[in-house]
Ligand binder design. Structure first.
Ligand code: ZN
Length: 457
């Protein structure tokens, strides 16, 4: 088998790993580039692999940076099955439709407000394109191997988000394990990742390869920021990915209020997608830790704002409150409208729960920020809640790879900023002695050749 890395090499988005044994052609993950504009522009390149030549696509999980390119592949001719776990199937439908809506909306705004430099902005794909993907989703189960034309495939739980897994591909000659995104071992809602099965090659994520999450109680940390903002009469705007983080924050706010760690205030979940996703937790109890009662309590803990009108009424409200809004990458959606209203006033707080490229400049103390082509001064408190990450920190990543039953022939690190990936590379080599290096974009690895004999484009 050969692997070619398209995306998520030297960055954290755009995961697409092409695997072939010479006849069967698979894509593991089919993600969109997100965040910085230089990365997003890559979404407009022609597909890296001829979509009609692929036999199947296998998803590790539903996040858009792993699934958001599917509508382009299907529109451009991919007709094969897309293998997913049940929760991933449900999440992908919600996420892709939302992603298409966001892109249509951004294109419309750009054309109306004239802040695009193009003559006429067009969406990368439409809602109709996104819906065409759904018929090709085929559900599989964790730990139940299946095969596509001679390549064996098995998914094992990876924590991270509902339904997320690692994917092991095998032929009679070699095997490759794709870690997918790995969750932290102590997530309050999602179970920890399972130890990796044996594999010759491991393609591993490295998002937090250079650091551990601070050893702070996430509920107390959240409670402190919320309480001090409410005390000065402000609103807390929490930027959250609709999948995973939004639910962790809802759960933690409920705990913080119940334990008296923060004064109570109304909580609004201002994202139709996050609302739909939260309700999915009621249907997939096998994939998370919460009891049915706790899941219902989580769903009741906030007012779900689905319509745009409901969302806009928040701007007129003067009372302190907590608003959880999407998108987590600050690249679009309702959060930008709330930011425009709140960021200029010192009583409010913008809470960035974890690593995100565009939020980095705010966290670094940027004095102003551009939203929808307009510049706003930053007066609000900007805070980071890194403990709300859905990713394992460095120690947990090292522990996970260290549990592999046999030393792999080589480890390739993907899905990390260069510094994070390189730091994890050094630690894996030092701690476990495995041959390891950081994958390069568009390079091809021959899994039958010795480590270090990779072909570079
Ligand atoms: Zn993910």
């Amino acid at each position: 088998m050969q692997i070619t890395f398209f995306g998520a090499a030297g960055t954290v988005t755009g995961s697409k790993h092409f695997v072939t044994d010479g006849t069967t052609r698979l894509l593991v993950d089919c993600g969109l580039y997100q965040g910085l504009k230089t990365l997003r522009l890559r979404n407009w390149r022609p597909p890296p692999v001829d979509p009609s030549s692929l036999d199947a696509i296998v998803l590790t999980h539903a996040h858009i940076d792993h699934s958001g390119y599917l509508p382009v592949m299907v529109r451009e001719g991919f007709r094969g099955p897309i293998y997913v776990t049940e929760p991933t199937r449900d999440l992908v439908q919600i996420l892709l439709e939302d992603s298409a809506h966001l892109q249509e909306e951004e294109a419309r705004n750009a054309n109306r407000e004239g802040y695009s430099h193009h003559d006429l902005a067009a969406p990368l794909y439409t809602v109709a394109d996104a819906k065409r993907v759904f018929d090709q989703l085929v559900t599989i189960e964790f730990r139940k191997p299946y095969s596509v034309d001679g390549i064996g495939i098995e998914h094992t739980p990876a924590g991270h988000i509902l339904g997320a897994g690692s994917v092991r591909l095998s032929t009679d000659r070699t095997s490759i394990l794709f870690s997918g995104d790995l969750g932290p071992p102590d997530d309050p809602i999602i179970r920890p990742p399972e130890p990796p099965p044996a594999a010759d090659w491991v393609v591993m994520e490295s998002t937090y390869g250079d650091r551990d999450h601070p050893p702070i109680d996430p509920i107390e940390q959240l409670a402190q920021v919320v309480d001090r903002t409410l005390a000065r009469g402000g609103k807390v705007l929490i930027s959250a990915f609709a999948v995973g983080r939004a639910q962790r924050i809802l759960y933690s706010l409920g705990q913080a209020f119940a334990r008296g760690l923060a004064r109570e205030a109304p909580v609004y979940l201002d994202s139709p997608m996050a609302s739909d996703v939260t309700e999915l937790y009621l249907h997939h109890h096998d994939f998370h830790k919460l009891s049915e009662e706790d899941t219902r309590a989580m769903c009741r803990s906030a007012t779900f704002l689905r319509s745009r009108e409901d969302s806009q009424t928040l701007n007129g409200k003067r009372e302190p409150c907590v608003i959880i809004s999407a998108s987590g990458m600050l690249s679009g959606g309702r959060i930008l409208h709330h930011m425009k209203h709140l960021i200029r006033y010192p009583e409010h707080t913008i809470l960035l729960p974890g690593f995100q490229a565009p939020g980095a400049s705010l966290l670094a103390g940027a004095k102003s920020v551009k939203i929808h082509g307009q510049r706003f001064s930053v007066k609000a408190e900007i805070a980071l809640l890194s403990t709300y990450s859905a990713h394992a920190g460095q120690s947990a990543l090292l522990e996970w790879i260290g549990q592999i039953p046999e030393p792999p022939r080589g480890v390739f690190l993907v899905h990390g900023e260069p510094a994070a990936a390189d730091c994890l590379r050094l630690e894996i080599a030092d701690r476990h002695g495995f041959p390891v290096r950081v994958a390069e974009d568009r390079e091809t690895v021959d899994c039958l050749a010795p480590f270090g004999n990779e072909v570079r484009d």
